[in-house]
Ligand binder design. Structure first.
Ligand code: ZN
Length: 136
């Protein structure tokens, strides 16, 4: 991983941690933050938003919906952080199956997914996490 990308990911990590603070996780108490980086250098944050009556929306889809609704279509990576609200450390938190399939419509094969493993940032491709994806 080159130095410029590492610096960029550190910036995204602090944005994701901050976005996680806005999570509305009244049911699970599991709070997630995400940062979606576009190919033109913009970043969109998201948090999970649960609801007692209907299905929750994950941090990843929140970030995608914010970006797509602003006209963005070209994405570089998403970084995700998550943990229970009273945790002192982040879990290794990867997008759920629903989010993987959702983002598949909007990204190329080289799209990266970053997750924290302790202090270390781990890199995945969507293809690794969603082999044989459904595509129209
Ligand atoms: Zn999800």
């Amino acid at each position: 991983m080159d130095k410029a990308l590492m610096e960029d990911l550190k910036d995204s990590l602090s944005l994701a941690i901050n976005a996680r603070r806005s999570a509305y996780a009244n049911c699970s108490k599991y709070k997630v933050g995400a940062v979606l980086a576009t190919r033109n250098g913009k970043k969109y944050t998201g948090c999970n938003i649960e609801n007692s009556g209907i299905q929750a929306i994950c941090a990843e889809r929140t970030a995608f919906c914010k970006a797509i609704s602003e006209g963005e279509r070209y994405f570089k990576y998403i970084l995700v952080v998550g943990a229970y609200e009273d945790a002192t450390e982040l879990d290794k938190c990867l997008p759920c199956g629903y989010c993987r399939q959702f983002m598949n419509d909007f990204v190329d094969e080289d799209f990266k997914i970053y997750a924290m493993n302790g202090e270390k940032i781990e890199e995945y491709t969507l293809k690794e996490l969603l082999p044989h994806a459904f595509k129209l």
